[in-house]
Design a protein around this ligand. Sequence first.
Ligand code: ADP
Length: 270
Amino acid sequence: KDGVYLEIQTTLYDKNDHLIFVRDVTRLHLLEQMRKDFVANASHELKTPLTVIKGYLETLDMFKDSLPKSMQKGIVNMSEQSERMEQLIEDLLLLSRLESDDKREENQWHRVSDFVQSVTNATEAILNDKHTLIVNIPVEARLYGSYKELYSVFSNLIVNAIKYSPDGGDITIKWESSEFNGVFSVKDSGLGIDPRYIPRLTERFFRVDKGRGSKTGGTGLGLAIVKHVLLHHDAKLQIRSEPGQGSTFSCHFPASRTRTDNIPAITSHS
Ligand code: ADP
């Protein structure tokens, strides 16, 4: 009664004949659904205890000055780790929402430069004097989609460019459009990525350098979120990189989701 899921593949056998393979993937589909439900429920359940812990930590923080130095350090540590855990839970919940297709935010037209402005304001704290941000986004460039989801794409790519160029250098953020598409790209001159890891970067929790991951913060879910959001926006992620030279992450949006004038559009997109 819950339906059967079949995977069908056809291949040309010889000149006139085709082979059709039919595979029953119902069980696989159910297992995958169970995994998604488990992650969504566990993340949701973790939110309440974490809110309580954070509340007590804030109270402790107010009386910090009257505590011994070693305890003060402990409070700072716990606060940092609980922030990290909160980010992890938020990212897991966002991924679950993206996978489940429900509770999606309404699509609208947004200025690409607004996203970049908000992200760069928010990243001031992690930028250091060694980085130069070069932003080349026409003010008229607009993109059709969910603000929150697209913000997480731009934020993840820009924050990664900063995090993974520890020696600084130029970070170029660009928007280029043609009659076929609109391309948002972030180019850094940082660590770069070994080509054999590039196909794995959008896997959940995949990190090229596990040790560095915990030092740079981040959840290991950023690029998985980027991939899913782009899928929902009919867009594709392209990664080009050379170890030691830097990386370029580009999002290719179809022309139907981009425009370069100031007229608020009425669109047939769902
Ligand atoms: P994280 O929270 O670890 O940054 P992401 O999913 O955003 O997780 O990225 C996955 C991994 O891809 C990172 O841990 C890092 O190894 C690699 N990576 C992402 N962006 C860059 C970049 N601009 N330069 C070099 N490596 C990168």
